[in-house]
Design a protein around this ligand. Sequence first.
Ligand code: ADP
Ligand code: NI
Length: 219
Amino acid sequence: MGEQEYLDHTIAFVKASLENAEAGHDWFHIERVYRLAITIAKEEGADLFVVSLGSLLHDIADSKFHDGDEEIGPKTAGEFLTSLGLEQKIVDEVVDIVAGISFKNSLKKNTLLRRSLEFKVVQDADRLDAIGAIGIARAFNYGGYKNRPFYDPAIAPEQHMSKEKYKLAKSPTINHFYEKLLLLKDQMNTGTGKRMAENRHQYMLGFLDQFFSEWEGKS
Ligand code: ADP
Ligand code: NI
């Protein structure tokens, strides 16, 4: 099989597995991350094939939707690629990417994993899709899905909340900007990612200014 054929099979597999996903994590999220990742990979000189497979598979079997099981994403990705007959070295590199994205909270996050350039590229692309205009849309979509208020002036944003508290909190969606989204631009791994994040970051700041202005009954 040539590289394009592997990619076509992977796209079909990912599309089928995300058929009923909510809007923040649907096929279009994957497609945007895939495009972003290729753009960044070209600038950074990363391996395009590994980055392509990693970005396509990065949210496969997301632990959020599998009772917190962080192993299932990398396992699913690895079994799928092996079933296509892809060489083991490439399978391993892609599985490392999916694992790095999946292990959100566990110790494994900092210990076991190799952080390849290809991983850094895919992580930057995933983070870019959480900020800017798309990031705003995703945040409010998620808030709606969780039935959270847009904003409540009585509830201040809180950083470094414990995981338990975070789950219980009815944190308004606007708070998510201060708790996470506005911090992402300083967490970008690559120079290209940093540059791309700047634009999107400024756009969110403008949005927040306008939001609070309208909240106060101004123009
Ligand atoms: P991914 O798995 O793609 O890295 P997440 O699962 O962390 O992203 O979140 C998916 C989307 O939902 C993101 O755009 C994120 O900003 C948004 N989101 C996550 N938690 C919240 C929250 N508490 N309030 C609003 N939006 C959120
Ligand atoms: Ni994602």
